[in-house]
Design a protein around this ligand. Sequence first.
Ligand code: GTP
Ligand code: MG
Length: 196
Amino acid sequence: PKILSAEFVVSAHQIEQLPGGVLPEVAFWGRSNVGKSSLINALLHRQNLVRTSSRPGCTQAINYFLVNRVWHFVDLPGYGYAQAPLPVKEKWLRLISTYLETQKRLRAVVWLLDARRQPGPEELDWLDRLRSWRQEVVVVLTKADKIKRGQRDRRQSEIAAQLAPSGVKAQDFIWFSTLTQEGRRELWGQIMRFLS
Ligand code: GTP
Ligand code: MG
């Protein structure tokens, strides 16, 4: 779709701070530093709407963005951020888990994996939880610009093999790069299936 408007709405540190209303939303989830906030900027054709950083732990709350006045895009703090103190990490994870489990307006979760990194037990664990909460999951292999074309098939099979127990399939992966904009149309297509 054409992006007519995109604006920051609220930063929620507690579940009570989530905005009310009825607008459908899509959330972006994955490991810290995987590129969630950058991907939202790329989808919305905005340079700096969402704060990003080369250092992990940049996003520290549930951040809502209003798109075309009809959808919410929801940026989450990633898991696996080693530097944060344990109580802080636990608080985030509780907040995010509650959000992902209970938010009725959430239509789909865009799940980001770094294409260079082999998923592990944490990834399987999260995919299981998302499935048990009956969330629709769109799998994105991001930082695609870091993987040579000739290596893609092998990378994709390796990742799919690891994720097979969770029911995720290689043919559903979307290769994405914020640098080249690769995958942008395809991902929007998937997102619109759930928003319309
Ligand atoms: P947290 O907020 O800590 O959970 O991280 P995040 O997932 O929001 O990551 P963020 O968007 O802040 O990006 C992390 C780093 O990855 C930044 O240095 C980005 O420039 C870089 N990055 C994101 N997407 C891409 C991509 O497609 N290609 C490349 N080469 N770098 C990327
Ligand atoms: Mg972020």
